[in-house]
Write a protein that binds this ligand. Structure first.
Ligand SMILES: Cc1cc2nc3c(=O)[nH]c(=O)nc-3n(C[C@H](O)[C@H](O)[C@H](O)COP(=O)(O)OP(=O)(O)OC[C@H]3O[C@@H](n4cnc5c(N)ncnc54)[C@H](O)[C@@H]3O)c2cc1C
Length: 505
C-alpha cells in the first residue's frame, strides 16, 4: 500500500458528508489528508436523508434561531457552489386548524424568509383550488422555499474536490485502532492508525485525527482510541418510502401530523414521490430498516391529506438511516427525540503529550460545509500557517455551470444523439462532470453497452474509475438512483460486468 507509514497532516475516519467535507476543506487549505471509509462513500446516513438543504422551519418552534440562520446561510452557499445537485424547491404547507394557528405559522414563515439574506422566493398564503391533490377539507395553506439535494452525490463531489486538492480517499478501508507514537526527528507526538482494506492491513501516521464516524462516533472513540466523551449518542431511526408519483406538481408538501411531527412528500426522480420521515429510537446500529409500524405511520399521514390513497403494495423502495443525536451524559432531562438539537458539536479530546483528536457529533447535510470549516479551524494551533477556508466560493466538481438549463442546452447541442431523459439525468447528477465520460462520443454506440434504463458502459466505467464505485449497488443507489428501475436480472448483469472487469484487471 503506497500510503503505508506515510505521515499525513490529517487523517479522517468516515466518508459521510461530514468526513468528505472536512477532507476537502483541509486539503484545500494545504494540509496533506487521508480519509478512510469502511464501506462505500455515503454508504450510511449521508444517503438516507430527506435530501433537503433547509433551514428547518420546525426548529423555529424550538427557538433554535442560530441553527436555522446558519442553515439558511448555507442553503444560499450550496445552491451557488453545487447548482447541478442543489436547487430551490417550493413547499406547500396545508393548514390544520387544530394544530397551529395561522398567525403563528405566518410569523414563523416571516422569520424563515428574513433570518438570513436569501435569494429564494418568499413565502405566501395559498388557497387550494379543486384541482389540488389534497382532500377537499384542506382549503388554505402556505407556500415557502427550501432546496433539494442529491445527498449521496454531494458526498461524491466533495470527495472528488478533496482528491483534486491532493487528498487520499480510501473506501472499504476500516480504521481498526490507533496509538500515540513518537518518531525520531519529529518533536511532536503523532497518531499511528491501523487500517484494514479488503485485501490487507497497513498503518498510516497522522499529525491529527478527526473522527467523523457519524452514528459510530462513540464506538470509534471507545474501540479505536480507548477514549471517552462527554456526549451520549441516541440513535434515532428515520425511514422513507418511495411510491409512484402521487401528484403532478413540481412542489413538495409538508404535512403536519397530530403528534406534532411533520412528514415530507417530495417529488423524486420524475416518476416517484419520496415520503418521510419517522423518528424511532434504536438501541443498536445493525440491520437498520423500516418497520411495519413506520410504513403504516407514513401511509396514514399521506392518506389523511391526499385524495390519492396509498397502500403498502404501492411501495417501490424504502430506506432508513440513523440520526446520531447527542446530549450531555447523565442529563437528568428525558428529552423526546424530536426535541433534541439537530445542530452539531466538535469535541476536542485534547490531552498533554497527545496529538490532536477531534470528534464530530450530530449535524445536518445542510451545515456540513460550515462544520468542516470549523473543524479544520480547530487545528490552527497544530498547523499555524493555515490559510482561511475558501470552500464557500469555489464550485464543487461539476458545479462550474451557469445553470442546469444552460448545461442541458450545451449537452444537447454537443451530443445531439442523446435522448432528452438522458441529458436531463446527466445534467442533474453530474453537471459538467458528464463531459468526462461523454468525451468525443459521436453516437450512442460510442458509449458502449446499455445495462438498462440508459445506464451506458462509459458512465459505468467512469464511476468505477473516478468515483470509487465498486459494486452494482454503489452505482444504482448512490452514484445514480437507477436502482428504482432496475430488475434483478439487470442488476445481476451489471454486477457481472463489474466483477469481470475486476478479475481481468
Ligand atoms: C432520516 C434522516 C433524514 C435526514 N434528513 C436530512 C435532511 O433532509 N437535510 C439535512 O440537512 N440533514 C438531514 N439528515 C441529517 C444528515 O443525514 C446527517 O447529519 C449526515 O448525513 C451525517 O453525516 P456523517 O458524515 O456525520 O455520518 P455518516 O454519513 O453516517 O458517515 C459516517 C461514516 O463513518 C464510517 N465509519 C464508521 N466507523 C468507521 C471506521 N472505524 N473506519 C472507517 N469508517 C468508519 C461509516 O461507514 C459511515 O459511512 C437526516 C438524517 C436522517 C437519519
Amino acid at each position: 500500500m503506497a500510503v503505508n507509514h506515510k505521515i499525513f497532516d490529517l487523517v479522517i475516519i468516515g466518508g459521510g458528508i461530514n468526513g468528505v467535507g472536512i477532507a476537502y476543506d483541509a486539503a484545500q487549505r494545504g494540509l496533506s489528508v487521508l480519509l478512510c471509509e469502511s464501506g462505500d462513500l455515503a454508504g450510511a446516513t449521508s444517503s438516507a436523508s430527506s435530501k433537503l438543504i433547509h433551514g428547518g422551519l420546525r426548529y423555529l418552534e424550538q427557538y433554535q434561531f442560530s441553527l436555522v440562520r446558519k442553515a439558511l446561510l448555507e442553503r444560499e452557499v450550496l445552491k451557488d457552489i453545487a447548482p447541478h445537485i442543489v436547487w430551490p424547491m417550493r413547499f406547500c404547507l396545508p393548514h390544520q386548524k387544530y394544530l397551529r394557528s395561522p398567525w403563528l405559522i405566518r410569523l414563523g414563515l416571516y422569520f424563515y424568509d428574513h433570518l438570513a439574506k436569501s435569494s429564494f422566493e418568499k413565502s405566501k398564503s395559498v388557497v387550494f383550488a379543486n384541482a389540488s391533490p389534497l382532500q377537499d377539507s384542506f382549503a388554505t395553506g402556505f407556500e415557502y422555499s427550501d432546496a433539494w439535494v442529491d445527498d449521496a452525490r454531494l458526498v461524491i463531489v466533495n470527495a472528488l474536490a478533496a482528491q483534486a486538492c491532493g487528498a487520499t480517499i480510501l473506501t472499504r478501508t476500516q480504521c481498526l485502532n490507533a496509538k500515540v507514537m513518537q518518531l525520531a526527528k519529529h518533536p511532536e507526538p503523532m497518531w499511528q492508525l491501523m487500517l484494514q482494506s479488503q485485501t490487507e492491513s497497513f498503518s498510516v501516521v497522522g499529525k491529527a485525527v478527526i473522527n467523523a464516524a457519524g452514528p459510530w462516533v462513540n464506538q470509534v472513540l471507545d474501540q479505536v482510541f480507548a477514549a471517552s466523551s462527554p456526549y451520549q449518542v441516541r440513535y434515532i431511526k428515520g425511514s422513507h418510502i418511495v411510491v409512484p408519483r402521487i401528484h403532478q406538481q413540481d412542489k413538495a408538501y409538508i404535512l403536519q401530523n397530530s403528534d406534532r411531527r411533520i412528514v415530507f412528500v417530495l417529488p423524486f426522480q420524475d416518476n416517484f414521490s419520496l415520503i418521510g420521515t419517522t423518528d424511532v429510537e434504536q438501541t443498536q446500529l445493525e440491520d437498520i430498516k423500516i418497520s411495519v409500524d413506520e410504513i403504516h405511520y407514513l401511509l396514514d399521514v399521506v392518506n389523511d391529506h391526499f385524495k390519492q390513497q396509498l397502500s403498502p403494495a404501492d411501495i417501490i423502495h424504502s430506506y432508513s438511516g440513523v440520526r446520531p443525536l447527542f446530549e450531555i451524559k447523565q442529563s437528568s432531562v428525558n428529552n423526546r427525540a424530536q426535541d433534541l438539537s439537530r445542530d452539531y458539536a466538535i469535541f476536542s479530546h485534547a490531552k498533554i503529550n497527545t496529538p490532536p483528536l477531534l470528534s464530530i457529533y450530530g449535524g445536518k447535510v445542510t451545515t456540513y460545509r460550515k462544520l468542516a470549516q470549523q473543524a479544520v479551524d480547530c487545528l490552527i494551533r497544530t498547523f499555524e500557517d493555515l490559510p482561511p477556508s475558501q470552500t464557500h466560493k469555489l464550485p464543487l466538481p461539476g458545479g462550474d455551470i451557469s445553470s442546469r438549463q444552460q448545461l442541458f442546452q450545451q449537452l444537447s447541442t454537443t451530443y445531439p444523439f442523446l435522448p432528452t431523459d438522458l441529458v436531463t439525468r446527466y445534467s442533474r447528477s453530474y453537471g459538467s462532470l458528464a463531459f468526462n465520460f461523454l468525451q468525443n462520443a459521436q453516437n450512442l454506440r460510442d458509449l458502449g453497452e446499455d445495462f438498462g434504463h440508459g445506464l451506458l458502459q462509459k458512465e459505468v466505467d467512469y464511476l468505477l474509475q473516478d468515483e470509487w464505485a465498486q459494486t452494482a449497488e454503489d452505482i444504482l443507489w448512490r452514484r445514480t438512483k437507477l436502482g428504482l428501475y432496475f430488475t434483478q436480472q439487470q442488476q445481476d448483469n451489471l454486477q457481472a460486468y463489474i466483477s469481470n472487469l475486476k478479475t481481468a484487471g
